[in-house]
Design a binder for this molecule. Structure first.
Ligand SMILES: CCCCCCC/C=C/C(=O)SCCNC(=O)CCNC(=O)[C@H](O)C(C)(C)COP(=O)(O)OP(=O)(O)OC[C@H]1O[C@@H](n2cnc3c(N)ncnc32)[C@H](O)[C@@H]1OP(=O)(O)O
Ligand SMILES: Cc1cc2nc3c(=O)[nH]c(=O)nc-3n(C[C@H](O)[C@H](O)[C@H](O)COP(=O)(O)OP(=O)(O)OC[C@H]3O[C@@H](n4cnc5c(N)ncnc54)[C@H](O)[C@@H]3O)c2cc1C
Length: 672
């Protein structure tokens, strides 16, 4: 046992735990979606983490990029074996599905950054499930699930990421040989970014422009073998490599890929939504043109829970650290207070906890809507897809953006030590800030939602029925929303605000068109306001979902758990109302007096949450192995852990570094 393991819990943290007035485990069960899920999650975490297989003998931070990657592959193989052999026997595992949050969560103990297999499980397998015919699926899925092949998803190119219709890679059908010829005509057409593509994957889903009988039918997905299944050598006609160091994701071997008239069999086109017959005839199967974008929609839904989870990690670290860190002396006759006692620190941190809850509950709600949409689509009904695309786009955009901002705020809350890699926060930030960009950039996705909102507004104007998430748009045609500071009243105000913003956009666009701009130009010149309107819509959706999910989940809970959850959801509403005062003044009847009262109520709420803050973050039930943090470990021994990590640095392995003899000494002697 190391010195650290023998040490007792920091007394400040012990004191915080003693004063928590609600049942932490009860809140954990609620967040896990029920006690059974908690039990199963803990079993899985015990199997995966108690063996110590997730630990590194040598700190990853001090490895070279190549060593980091090789270590990540080693651990990915261990983890894949665990999933296949050890987790499978747990009753009900199949109900978690391959992308189970529990498995994702457990994997994070193995990787400070990410696994090179992330894209295999995160996009390769889901695309096989979503884009293959049943015959194709019965061939590819078992091989992929058994990890006999490793795949990734290569859509983005050097020259095009957002604009999928502009992709340049071509897949031209040759009826003579019944093959597709994949080709990269330009440098900008090289596939770029796919995770695991550089060195790990031997298969790849490639999105390319389909040509048959001389006609282009737009982008379609293909399964492409890129490396020999035995030697792993790139196949002739394939150029593949890794794209180099990045802000984060440095264990993911993101890669590039080019094709030189590379041939694949006809049935390697993923043919669920469209087919090319042997003679080259193109047959559209799907009832909606954008079903080939299905994996992106699925991952966007996943990313909302990713944002919640990573935020939960960051606030667990920052709140525990704020409980053990003492600083300044506001009262001369008393000792230094815990920094968690400062109202400004509570302002930084409690919104972070509330947002983690808001995103987690909104994410469960979104998953349920997604399942309902998928069920209808299986029956051939795609009517709900546009609304769901608008919803998943804005929730992905806002959740990842809020999470990145708030994780950075957690770093600020930890002062200088938060800047240490060993605090765990920089890795979290680097990861989450990428999620704001990939799978659809923030602005681009909000503009997709805005398109839907503008159409819905026009329907409301024409007194046509509206779909559920936008039914509030009718508020745009009523008198100014009267301000009501109850939670339900604030949600209504957020809806009135979003409706008002959409209405302003539409009016501005019409005015611009009357002054001679085309529709496209009027749209383009209004995009700043459109993004803001879509963000306001999303905020209203999250606030509504968070409030109603909190009510549903606490209907039978013990009184104190109910109070804690309600305090957090109310805090979320107060925080965003105060952030959006200017908009509320425009679109509701809020007065100066109401604003002063709201600010006071917010500050009082921070004080009410304070005594339970450590208990609340501990309800996320994040083991030390998952946090990877010197500042946020369960024992609160941050200083001992920081020193321990410092001493592990290779820079401290010799008393005098050789650069002293080579450079410093000669320079100093010469300057004598
Ligand atoms: C936990 C797992 C982690 C996995 C790790 C993941 C690592 C990262 C992977 C990746 O990043 S993979 C690459 C992802 N790339 C993107 O997300 C690109 C973003 N771009 C797009 O999604 C689209 O191009 C676009 C921006 C939405 C526009 O598409 P397009 O130009 O084809 O369409 P438009 O002409 O703008 O719109 C036409 C029409 O179609 C509707 N629509 C667009 N997308 C969808 C969709 N997915 N589903 C349903 N409908 C869609 C759009 O709203 C328009 O509707 P109308 O307004 O005409 O009614
Ligand atoms: C860590 C990481 C992992 C990734 N993994 C994969 C992967 O596995 N597979 C894969 O295929 N791709 C992957 N990607 C690529 C990712 O999907 C794209 O980077 C992302 O979709 C954004 O596209 P882009 O890079 O072309 O940005 P651009 O579209 O060039 O965006 C640049 C800027 O232009 C703005 N912009 C673009 N279009 C518009 C518009 N119409 N209106 C207004 N503003 C606009 C954007 O808002 C942004 O500010 C990954 C990216 C990262 C960072």
């Amino acid at each position: 046992m190391s010195q650290l393991e023998k040490m007792e819990v920091n007394p400040d943290l012990a004191m915080e735990r003693a004063k928590c007035n609600f049942n932490i485990m009860e809140l954990t069960h609620i967040l896990d979606g029920g006690e059974e899920n908690t039990v199963r999650r803990k079993k899985i975490e015990d199997i995966a983490l108690n063996s110590g297989a997730s630990k590194d003998a040598f700190p990853e931070e001090h490895m070279s990029p190549k060593e980091k990657y090789e270590n990540a592959v080693r651990k990915s193989c261990i983890f894949a074996d665990l999933v296949k052999n050890d987790f499978a026997h747990l009753t009900g595992l199949e109900t978690f599905g391959i992308n189970s949050n529990v498995i994702r969560r457990t994997a994070d103990a193995f990787f400070k950054e990410v696994s090179p297999f992330l894209l295999h499980m995160g996009m390769f397998v889901p695309t096989i499930m979503g884009q293959c015919t049943s015959d194709q699926m019965s061939y590819w899925l078992p091989r992929a699930m058994a990890m006999q092949i490793i795949g990734t998803y290569a859509q983005t190119e050097l020259g095009h990421g957002t604009f999928i219709r502009g992709l340049e890679t071509t897949a031209t059908y040759d009826p003579e040989t019944e093959e597709f010829v994949l080709h990269s005509p330009t440098l900008s057409s090289y596939k770029w970014w796919a995770g695991g593509l550089g060195n790990t994957a031997n298969y790849c889903i490639v999105v390319a422009q389909l040509y048959t009988k001389g006609e282009c039918h737009g982008t379609h997905p293909f399964i492409v073998q890129i490396r020999d299944e035995d030697t792993h050598m790139p196949l002739p006609g394939i150029t593949v490599g890794e794209i180099g160091p990045k802000m984060g994701f440095n264990t993911a071997d993101n890669g590039f890929l080019g094709f030189d008239h590379y041939r694949i069999p006809r049935d390697h086109m993923m043919m669920k939504n469209a087919q090319v017959l042997k003679d080259g005839t193109y047959v559209k199967v799907a009832r909606h043109g954008k079903l080939t974008y299905g994996t992106m929609v699925f991952v966007r839904v996943m990313l909302v829970s990713e944002a919640a989870f990573n935020l939960a990690k960051a606030c667990t670290i920052a709140v525990r650290y704020s409980a053990i860190r003492r600083q300044s002396k506001p009262k001369p006759d008393e000792g230094e207070p815990q920094i968690l006692d400062y109202a400004t620190q509570q302002h930084k941190l409690f919104i972070t906890i509330a947002t983690a809850h808001a995103l987690q509950l909104s994410s469960s709600w979104l998953w349920r809507s997604f399942s309902a949409v998928l069920t209808e689509m299986k029956e051939g009904n795609t009517d709900k897809l546009p609304e769901f695309h608008a919803l998943s786009s804005c929730l992905k955009a806002v959740s990842t953006s809020d999470a990145a901002y708030l994780i950075e705020q957690c770093r600020h809350a930890c002062g200088g030590h938060g800047y240490m890699i060993s605090s765990g926060i920089p890795h979290l930030y680097n990861f989450v800030s990428a999620t704001r960009t990939y799978e659809g950039d923030y602005t681009v996705l909000l503009l997709q939602t805005a398109r839907f909102l503008v159409k819905a507004y026009e329907q409301a104007e024409a007194k046509q029925p509206l779909t559920p998430t936008v039914s509030y748009l009718k508020l745009a045609f009523t008198r100014k929303e009267p301000w009501d500071s109850s939670p339900a009243g604030i949600v209504r105000s957020f809806q009135a605000l979003a409706a008002g913003k959409v209405s302003t956009c539409v009016k501005n666009m019409r005015k611009r068109m009357r002054s001679g701009l085309s529709e496209v130009e009027a749209w383009e010149t209004s995009t700043i306001q459109l993004v803001s309107a879509a963000e306001a819509h999303c905020r209203a959706v999250i606030s509504d979902a968070y409030k109603s999910e909190t009510e549903r989940l606490t209907a039978n809970s013990s009184p104190n758990v109910k109070i804690v959850m309600e305090q957090l959801s109310t805090l979320y509403l107060y925080y965003w109302a105060l952030e959006r005062i200017g908009d509320l003044l425009l679109y509701t009847s809020i007065s100066e007096k109401d604003i002063v009262e709201l600010q006071t109520a917010y500050e009082e709420l921070l004080q009410k949450i304070r005594p339970n803050a450590v208990g609340i973050v501990e309800a996320f039930d994040l083991r030390d192995e998952l946090l990877h943090s010197t500042l946020g470990s369960y024992d609160g021994r941050a200083y001992e852990r920081l020193m321990d990590e410092a001493l592990r640095s290779p820079m401290n392995k010799e008393p005098i570094n050789q650069s002293y003899y080579k450079y410093l000494r000669p320079m100093m002697k010469a300057n004598l």
